[in-house]
Ligand binder design. Sequence first.
Ligand code: MFK
Length: 563
Amino acid sequence: MSLPFAPFNQPAPSLGNQYDEDRVLRSILKRMLPPDALREMEPGLRALGELGGGELYQMQLADRLNEPKLTHFDPWGNRIDQIEVSPLWKRAERLAAEHGIVATAYERKHGALSRVHQFALAYLFTPSTDIYSCPLAMTDGAAHTLAASGNHAIMDRALPHLTSRDPRTFWTSGQWMTESTGGSDVGQTETIAKQDADGTWRLYGRKWFTSATTSQMTLTLGRPEGNGPGGHGLALFYLETRDGNGALQNIEIGRLKDKLGTRKVPTAELFLHGTPATPVNGTTSGIRNIAPMLNITRTWNAVCSVAGMRRGLALARDFAKKRVAFGAPLAEKPLHIETLADLQIEFEAAMPFVFRVVALLGKLETGEITESEQKLLRLLTPLVKLTTAKQGVRVASEVLECFGGAGYVEDTGLPVLLRDAQVLPIWEGTTNVLSLDTLRAISRDGGLGELLGEIKGIAQSTKDTELRAIAEACAARVEKTSAWLMERAGTNAMELESQARRVALTFGETYELALLVEHADWALRVEGDARPRSAARRFHVRGTDHLRPVFEAAETRALANDA
Ligand code: MFK
């Protein structure tokens, strides 16, 4: 049946080159990198920007319904536990190797700044590759951890694969930590490590949530027989998932997880029935030894948070130009403009924070880091992860709303933005666990003095009067929050713990604002661009102070338990 008129069809949002169109990334790279280095990096960044906004984005939309499939048995009854990933994932694996999304950090062509280069590539790569960032993050985490482990046999075996640019030799790594006893309280790990008479260690246990189970190797935790309880009694193990014939090494894949998001990631439950494994660095202190891996995957998490925000904003902005309602494009409607600006500042504030942490990581790896910077990095890593993950979810939720009903309809490719963002505050340590890690970092290593010192330094060197006043307000907020913390440290541990999230978010967002001020002042002078300054002013007004009057513990408990 035909209609007596041609019905209106809304043009879909589209993307251009995701490097060329990203003012914020380009401006940050211009500030952080020597011009020659940036010139050398730009063709690669631009190539990924082109792929991400074009071919890969189209492939992602077309590949929407393809999910990983697990086949337990071959036609003849042999147990095979084969996982087939989506076509886009296969393509992403090849591209990741060829573009050196992991390798760039280890080739160190630009010294400490190679981390800035690598994470700029990762940032451009990730939004159109269906969370292929997950195996890459773990691969990077494993390479970083092994490189610092001093275990030359494992390093010689695994590092050339993890950092390869050749898709035929490139390996990804898993990070098998979570068991049903605890994704957060990893010290309760039940996996047992037994040693054969010939000295081979074998792992027996169940890993409850292993991401990207198609990896060729993994780092994991097990408790050598006879060791005590808790994280200290665990050891960090390296294992290869398949033998020389391609068969799983006494590993059974129970099932794939049915998750809210990251549905392209083959996350599995595994049974280890005597899987051969090698201790990486001794037979105790597993949590301490795997912590470097966590710090890398947490940094990746932050990079993926900003990349996700940027993707959502790019789509929402394009749509706002195309969508006409109540007589004008949304891009000209005052309330929609206000909404987009409020979202843009979350992204714009998060970016300098993420790249600051990335730059410090680069210095750590080349040994150029000072003791103060090392303390700062220890504190900033949980802060950047928890702060940007929350921003990522908020922005993704609002981005969907910018599309009205279309944002809620699956084949627009929009709802997945929110589902995939929702994992960011959960995996790699929830917001609460990372808030407690923040307190742990402060009490064991310090770092607050360095944080405050850096913000004061920014205030002193800022030329623009209004921006300087904002940086001074940031310093005052950090001082006030630190004093609040110190008053309770050692005397009121319960109250301190109850407020850890508010403290951590205050430090995280206030530091974000200070770094945004630093960038805005530079952008004003060097690029003549006032937009970062506007973002800083707006972010300051939005507020970064999360401390609130604390209610009496019994009153809070009555509410929490409704009892
Ligand atoms: C998009 C990219 C995202 C990446 C995707 C990857 C997908 C992979 C999916 C997953 O694997 S998710 C699972 C991730 N799991 C976690 O993040 C664990 C969350 N829980 C915690 O982080 C807990 O805080 C922790 C397990 C560390 C608590 O355990 P314990 O045993 O109570 O810790 P404890 O005793 O405080 O610390 C043990 C040692 O580790 C201490 O050192 P010492 O032995 O010298 O005293 C700590 O200082 C050290 N440590 C702990 N966290 C650290 C750290 N050191 C450096 N950095 C840290 N973050």
